[in-house]
Ligand binder design. Structure first.
Ligand code: BEZ
Length: 414
């Protein structure tokens, strides 16, 4: 697409080489774009939102458009799968259970059942006794209930990133630069420029996919995305009973939520990963992240494992952390938008951040490229159309003080 190719001019620069940035690069190279990916750390790192080995794939959502996107994502996962011998999603199924009166940003049992029924997504309702008989859970309040959805699974996150990276690299159109943070950014009538320690690069288009680091990048344009960052912990628990196995699961507790995964050969075989779905600390700048996993939150997870799970040693092992940007506007699951029209070339600069987006890795790369190459108001996949406004960013100025007192409640009991 470049008229005057030069070493430092690209059709697209992607800032942020995590899972969504790599997927964007893959989809851009499929469109014939000479693409540069800039990553502040090493590729496949554990320093931000793409930390850890596993993520949940699921179809159930309280928002119909999110369930529609997950349905559409399945064929995009199949496409990415064709670039690797390793399995990207282990289809263990997904069980959601717990207090039916809890509704959270992640969904909520009744709301998600309504959306699945409306979209003819099959699921099986389960009461507390059935959940205990079928999976390795125990001591559930009798009032608890839930469902099993067979298309859910466990995403091999690092292999998904590697598949996108190698597919983009194999095109011969992609360049990847690690340990090259952005030091400046401008967009004017002369075009889009990105500075790093090694010089100034120019591009026809720019994708900013920097996760929790996005506000450090868009500050160069005088902008701020209203999000806050959860620093989170997780751990693995040793199987004491070899027969212990479960689908991916999410538990909506009376007080707190937890989630977990099946045992997989590619991440601490013999162990099962379980995690608290609450923050160790809520921050606005990744520099303020805690030094390590939160012992109190790991202790609460251990108590949950001891009280409510069977066949596991409740001692947390291999603890890890990740950072997740979450939209300050609780009506928005994911934030994906053009920069404001006050910025020249705004329809050629797309920002994605915030939300639990791993399940959408391959389709989000395509959505970002669609926005970069045409003026998108709706994303049309399968037989539905998802308005872009579902993801719009309420832009703020970089000089505005981030307001953590306005962090929305992400979980309510009806
Ligand atoms: C999700 O699937 O969106 C999710 C899973 C576990 C924790 C938080 C979110």
């Amino acid at each position: 697409m470049s008229i005057l190719p030069s070493d430092s001019h690209y059709d697209l620069i992607v800032i942020g080489g995590g899972s969504i940035g790599l997927s964007t690069a893959y989809h851009a190279t499929k469109r014939g774009m000479k693409t540069l990916v800039l990553e502040r750390y090493g590729f496949f790192n554990d320093d931000g939102s793409s930390a850890g080995a596993s993520r949940q794939f699921r179809l159930q959502y309280a928002q119909r458009y999110m369930a529609e996107l997950c349905l559409a994502a399945q064929s995009w996962w199949a496409d990415l799968q064709s670039h690797t011998q390793s399995t990207l999603i282990g289809l263990s199924g997904s069980v959601w259970f717990g207090d039916p009166d809890v509704s959270s940003q992640e969904g909520g049992i009744a709301e998600s059942e309504r959306v699945m029924s409306a979209l003819s997504i099959p699921y099986t309702k389960l009461d507390a006794e059935q959940i205990e008989q079928t999976y390795n859970f125990q001591n559930l309040p009798t009032h608890d209930r839930g469902f099993f959805q067979a298309n859910g699974g466990i995403i091999n996150l690092k292999v998904a990133e590697q598949a996108a990276y190698s597919a983009a690299a194999a095109s011969g159109l992609a360049e990847f630069r690690a340990y090259e943070p952005v030091t400046g950014l401008s967009s004017d009538s002369a075009g889009i420029s990105v500075s790093t320690a090694s010089g100034t690069l120019t591009a026809d288009r720019l994708a900013i996919t920097s996760g929790a680091y996005t506000n450090q990048v868009v500050a160069h344009l005088g902008l701020q995305v209203p999000y806050f960052i959860w620093a989170m912990s997780s751990a693995y628990f040793r199987k004491t009973d070899p027969g212990t196995q479960c689908p991916t699961w999410f538990y909506f507790g009376k007080e707190k939520d937890y989630y977990g995964f099946p045992e997989v050969p590619w991440s601490y075989p013999g162990y099962i990963r379980c995690a608290p779905d609450f923050a160790d600390k809520v921050i606005s700048d990744p520099a303020d992240r805690p030094a390590g996993p939160d012992p109190h939150n790991l202790a609460l997870t251990s108590e949950f494992v001891a009280r409510n799970m069977t066949g596991l040693d409740p001692t947390p092992q291999f603890p890890a952390t990740c950072l997740i940007a979450l939209s300050s506007d609780s009506t928005k699951e994911l934030l994906l938008d053009y920069v404001p029209s006050s910025i020249p070339n705004n329809k050629r600069i797309v920002v994605y951040t915030a939300g639990w987006a791993a399940k959408l890795i391959p389709i989000l790369g395509d959505m970002i490229c669609e926005m970069l190459t045409s003026d998108v108001t709706d994303f049309t996949y399968n037989n539905f159309s998802v308005p872009q406004s579902n993801f719009s960013i309420g832009w703020r100025e970089s000089s505005d003080k981030p307001d953590l007192s306005a962090v929305p409640v992400r979980r309510v009991r009806k």
